[in-house]
Design a protein around this ligand. Structure first.
Ligand SMILES: [Zn+2]
Length: 129
């Protein structure tokens, strides 16, 4: 996650695991090995422990998984800047709306702090001659 992201996302490991398993195609070998490591780590968890555990590594598509799960109403979202929990209905979603250049989807807290910025891809325009 980028340094500008102020969000802390607490998600159910089962949700993250099933999501990751569902999207294993179309990634580079590097990404695949990172995701395999994460999946292995997830599979080793002890569900009887209620404590939160920080993810040991981050995969680039993890941001998208977090974004999807949170927008689906899962998990708990906290803003580190505000120091408080943000309810799902308080989350503001900003979208660059496919402008040329880098596009971001942003989850923003009610106080305007960026919780998560997701690079949704680079869009280029071809000038008309
Ligand atoms: Zn905030």
């Amino acid at each position: 996650m980028g340094p500008e992201n102020r969000g802390e996302f607490i998600l159910d490991a089962d949700d993250v695991e099933s999501r990751m398993k569902g999207i294993q195609q179309h990634v580079t070998n590097m990404e695949q090995s990172i995701e395999k490591t994460l999946l292995y780590w997830l599979s080793q968890r002890d569900n009887s422990l209620a404590e939160q555990t920080d993810m040991p590594i981050t995969a680039s598509r993890l941001e998208n998984i977090v974004n999807e799960l949170v927008q689906a109403g899962a998990g708990t979202v906290c803003c580190r800047q505000s120091g408080q929990e943000v309810q799902h209905e308080q989350l503001i979603l900003e979208d660059d709306d496919r402008k040329p250049g880098n596009n971001y989807d942003r989850l923003v807290c009610p106080h305007g702090h960026i919780l998560l910025a997701i690079d949704t891809g680079h869009f280029s325009v071809i000038p008309n001659y």
